[in-house]
Design a protein around this ligand. Structure first.
Ligand SMILES: Nc1nc2c(ncn2[C@@H]2O[C@H](COP(=O)(O)OP(=O)(O)OP(=O)(O)O)[C@@H](O)[C@H]2O)c(=O)[nH]1
Ligand SMILES: [Mg+2]
Length: 225
């Protein structure tokens, strides 16, 4: 144990340095970077599919998709109108700043206003690795259960935005939203929260408006990194 801890610290320190370089690449161009995290199947790509067509009316959107295998999600993001790059981690359960750096090399950064990163579906490891994005967004979905804030406190603590997805399933799934909210509040009081459904489109306009406002503020240089 006395050996392992310094090794882990060294890895995250090296990652943090690369994340700072990624952030500088975004900041020098006024690009807003969002890091979307969630468990597998929570609806990360579905949300991207919902918001990209609306955002593309006035923003140029790039998407970096992280998955262990396949390019399915990059194909879906591209079909929605984004310039998309797929990272295959080959087994790693999270993205690291180095992977994002390589993906940034493949994107036309001078022609983007917004970068959305979809992290690998996992509620544990992605919370540990900074990527250089500006906002960490967690998608929680109704069928996962209302106990997830209690079971994954680190993830819920470390995000600036929470999206509760699949609210269309509330009548059919046992999900006590008050219990869920109490768990969230204990860890991250006042976290900006959106309740949405990709199936019905409910709540999407508010989410899109928030992304637009954040991107505009960043482009105007009004937000400090
Ligand atoms: N009922 C319902 N189903 C949804 C909603 N959003 C997504 N889904 C479904 O949930 C499943 C997973 O959606 P994805 O968008 O692929 O989820 P993901 O988080 O990107 O999954 P991974 O990238 O594999 O981790 C699909 O069958 C979607 O159609 C929603 O709001 N309501
Ligand atoms: Mg996905």
């Amino acid at each position: 144990m006395s050996v392992r801890v310094p090794v882990v610290e060294a890895i995250t320190k090296a990652n943090d340095e690369l994340a700072r370089l990624n952030r500088a690449r975004l900041d020098s161009r006024g690009i807003l970077g969002l890091n979307i995290m969630a468990s597998p199947g929570a609806g990360k790509t579905s949300i991207i599919e919902c918001i990209v067509p609306k955002l593309s009316r006035d923003l140029r959107v790039g998407v970096i998709e992280g998955d262990i295998a396949t390019s399915f999600d990059a194909e879906r993001a591209a079909a929605a109108g984004a310039t998309a790059v797929q990272i295959n981690t080959g087994g790693s359960c999270h993205l690291e700043a180095q992977m994002v750096s390589q993906a940034l090399d493949q994107l036309p950064l001078d022609a983007l206003d917004l970068l959305i990163v979809e992290n690998v579906g996992n509620l544990i490891c992605p919370a540990t690795f900074a990527l250089g994005t500006h906002q960490n967004i967690l998608v929680a979905s109704v069928p996962e259960g209302d106990d997830k804030p209690y079971k994954h406190p680190r993830m819920y603590r470390g995000v600036q935005v929470l999206i509760i997805n699949k609210v269309d399933l509330l009548p059919y799934v046992r999900f006590d939203i008050e219990r869920f909210r109490r768990g969230v509040n204990a860890l991250n009081e006042g976290v900006l929260t959106f309740e949405v459904s990709c199936t019905t489109g409910a709540g999407m306009e508010a989410l899109v408006d928030w992304v637009r406002a954040e991107a505009a503020a960043r482009r105007a240089g009004a937000v400090q990194t």
